[in-house]
Design a protein around this ligand. Structure first.
Ligand code: PLP
Length: 444
């Protein structure tokens, strides 16, 4: 029996013998991308907006939204989404603690503050049950992150937003093209913002995109850092006197080499995503029922689908594996020939000194509470899932192609380690104190 084979970590043969070739190569760059880039270069149009405007049109059609606005990166699109929602001095936003910093940190430059909320231990996205008690009269928006490609539970979150008359910003940087109960991610809240950075599923290079159906959010996002578009066409009356110069003093224009790549990547995105999904679902189907391991994907009949499978991870149940640490588990899986398996994910943001004591702008007090009407740091104690979460997840290979024989070898590596966990208990020194990192790199 293959499963009875000796673990590679203990001197046995590795489970993965196939050459991975381009299994993990991303983005997929063809002549079409190269020509699109060369075309912009030859026209000297790197700093124009004509290609970006076309990319925005592609996005509007793809997501069926009224407005799309390109950005120099996802972080800027999130800042603009926050400004678009009217977030300003002394306001609060609610944001998960387990995410990339840009989901929340841009609020500081608007004079606003961040109230972290806990994640749901299964979805790993904002827990709708942990939001309401964190809302105050200063709360302006909830930032929802579709974390690791998984569509967050939007219905109850939108319900809360309606009840308190606050906005919902979807950070779609991990989940472009994902679906929640039949609806595309980024189009459910008041505004969606996303990174198109090279490491992400939809990879244009440095770039970001904001999408919304709300004219005022769109125009405020323009006003903040798109001076050449902040002109006579603006309909929002409060903005009209100020056209011509960017209200934020920012410049958020997308580099058109990125816009050009983005257009080509988007053209092929659904087809490539379908293949990625097929491959990832096959991998998880093969591991169905293996003790200790669970897929992080919506139920098959839920009408929801992971988007992109960016930085995909699996749930780890140490209690089913005799208490084996996820670190030791990953060490053994790596020894089988799976470089892509490592423990943890984003560290909880509320633990970083930036959100505790940093005085970024010289207020003479921590920026987090510089303009706040309460010490929102006190709310950080109630984030138990976020605190312990890294010990319960590990990264899995991000397959770009459906090649069953190769995927089977990778799945076998995980299965083999899980089934032979008992041999790893001896020599398990446990998890290091800070599992994960402030940001994640995807290995190719
Ligand atoms: C990558 C990322 C961002 C920021 O995007 P950039 O393009 O790198 O500025 C924001 N939120 C999340 C969740 C991300 O992963």
């Amino acid at each position: 029996m293959a499963d009875q084979q000796k673990l590679a970590l203990l001197g046995g043969p590795g489970a993965v013998t196939a050459q991975s070739e381009d299994m993990f190569t991303w983005p997929i760059i063809t002549k079409e991308d190269e020509e699109a880039v060369l075309d912009v270069l030859r026209k000297g149009a790197m700093s124009g907006i004509d290609v970006t405007v076309q990319l925005e049109k592609d996005f509007r059609e793809w997501l069926n939204v009224d407005y799309a606005l390109g950005f120099n990166n996802g972080t800027a699109s999130l800042l603009a989404a926050m400004y678009g929602c009217g977030i300003g001095v002394g306001d609060e936003i609610i944001c998960p603690s387990i995410t990339y910093w840009a989901s929340g940190a841009p609020a500081f430059s608007l004079g606003a503050t961040i109230v972290f909320a806990d994640i749901d231990p299964f979805t790993l996205c904002l827990n709708p049950l942990d939001i309401e008690h964190r809302i105050s009269e200063r709360t302006k928006a909830i930032v929802v992150v579709h974390y690791l490609g998984y569509p967050a539970d939007m219905d109850p979150i939108m319900e809360i937003a309606r009840k308190y008359n606050i906005k919902v910003i979807e950070d779609v940087s991990h989940a472009q093209g994902g679906i929640y109960k039949g609806r595309k991610l980024g189009t459910i809240g008041h505004v969606g913002a996303m990174s198109l950075m090279t490491g992400k599923a939809l990879a244009a290079g440095e770039g970001g995109m904001l999408v919304t159906n709300d004219t005022e959010i769109y125009e405020r996002a323009i006003a903040l850092g798109h001076h050449e578009r902040f002109s006579s066409g603006i309909k929002t009356e409060a903005l009209q006197p100020f056209t011509g110069l960017p209200l934020g003093g920012y410049k958020h224009r997308m580099h058109q080499l990125s816009s050009a790549v983005g257009r080509v990547q988007l053209r092929h995105y659904e087809a490539r995503q379908a293949e990625i999904s097929r491959a990832m679902n096959y991998f998880w189907d093969l591991l169905e029922g293996v003790p200790g391991l669970r897929a992080h994907r919506p139920e098959k009949d839920s009408g929801s689908l992971n988007g992109g499978w960016y930085a995909a991870r699996g749930h780890y149940r140490s209690d089913e594996l005799g208490g084996l640490s996820v670190s030791r588990f990953c060490e053994a899986v790596q020894a089988e020939g799976v470089n892509e398996c490592s423990p943890g994910c984003n560290l909880p943001l509320h633990r970083h000194p930036l959100f505790k004591e940093a005085d970024v702008y010289g207020h003479g007090k921590p920026t987090r509470i510089a303009n706040a009407s309460r010490d929102v740091r006190e709310l950080d104690i109630g984030l138990p899932v976020s605190e312990g979460f890294a010990a319960n997840v590990y990264s899995v290979p991000w397959f770009k192609h459906y090649r069953p024989e190769i995927i089977e070898q990778y799945a076998h590596a995980f299965r083999k380690v899980a089934l032979n966990y008992a041999e790893l208990l001896e020599g398990d020194t446990g998890n290091p104190p800070n599992l994960g990192g402030w940001y994640m790199y995807n290995r190719r």
